[in-house]
Design a protein around this ligand. Structure first.
Ligand code: SAM
Length: 285
């Protein structure tokens, strides 16, 4: 808009125009940052491939079963707003894609997919055609489907820490994006149901600038990473975005020394993308 035209507007209209311009500028900056982040992820991945630390991203010619089971517990539909539903669905899609590409896949189960999540996933993907080798959808609850003794709810609030993944165990991930609105949600659920719970040993290997609550797909990718390499540290570093690490490039504490940073009140789960180049379209957990 020309300066002259702007001057002819009423004060209120001028304010509106200025607000709109500011909004457009911020949106462009945000998009720019997203683009840079993705570029950075791809660059880091290429470097790791070149160093032989991680295999190139392509479908393995032969895939084996790790024997580990992972359950995405989608029972939290009523706790999320539209945007969060969109994010969590995108994270479910990402988990499926990662499982298809892994040299050693897990047995992936999705339980209680219903309501808005089910509608959103169906609207964006024909998930009924997803390969049953890489994901199985169950209408029911995991408690009714699997042996209770084999269940381990993964939750950042648990005092227990997983040190290895046991074949035959069912590791449950809470299918929710809540921006820390519901602390202890999954821990309370596991305790009420009387099932085992544990957090991943992130703090023992990586010093994060934010809380160690990460997104559904990030936790899934960490599990997959550990299964491929047996190395928690690389599994974490491959997934956690660099800006969330406290000390970069070294970024790692000695095992056992990982305490949380003073900025732990931040939304560490505000990012659905992973350092390995997530295709999630959301930016939230
Ligand atoms: C965004 S978090 C949800 C946080 C939610 N307030 C809760 O109580 O679980 C999504 C899921 O990822 C898993 N998760 C996130 N960070 C984790 C960690 N550090 N260790 C184990 N699981 C984690 C949990 O299963 C969690 O339910």
């Amino acid at each position: 808009m020309s300066m002259e035209a702007f001057r002819e507007l009423s004060r209120n209209q001028q304010k509106k125009v200025m607000r709109q311009e500011m909004w457009d500028r911020r949106a462009a900056e945000f998009k720019d940052k997203q683009r840079q982040r993705r570029r950075e992820g791809r660059r880091r991945h290429k470097q790791r491939v070149a160093r032989g630390e991680t295999p190139a991203r392509r479908k393995p010619s032969e895939q084996t079963h790790s024997g580990v089971h992972v359950v995405l517990d989608m029972a939290f539909d009523d706790k999320m707003c539209d945007k969060e539903i969109k994010s969590v669905c995108s994270q479910v899609r990402r988990c499926y894609a990662v499982n298809r590409q892994a040299a050693q896949q897990v047995d992936l189960h999705v339980t209680r997919l219903h309501g808005q999540c089910q509608q959103r996933l169906a609207a964006t993907t024909d998930y009924s055609r997803w390969s049953a080798q890489h994901v199985v959808f169950h209408d029911g609850e995991y408690l009714d489907l699997f042996d209770k003794q084999s269940l381990v709810y993964l939750t950042a609030d648990s005092p227990n820490v997983v040190d290895r993944l046991e074949p035959g165990k069912m590791y449950i991930i809470g299918g929710i994006v809540d921006k820390n609105r519901y602390p202890r949600l999954t821990l309370d659920k596991a305790e009420q149901q009387g099932i085992a719970h544990a957090q991943l040993p992130i703090g023992q290997y990586v010093r994060m600038a934010t809380r160690r609550v990460v997104t559904v797909n990030q936790i899934f990718e960490m599990l997959i990473g550990f299964i491929q390499t047996g190395d928690w540290k690389s599994a974490f570093l491959d997934v956690i975005p660099q800006r969330k690490l406290k000390d970069v490039p070294d970024g790692c504490a000695e095992p056992g020394s990982g305490e949380e940073s003073a900025s732990s009140a931040g939304n560490s789960d505000s990012d659905s993308g992973s350092g390995s180049g997530s295709d999630s379209d959301d930016g939230a957990s």
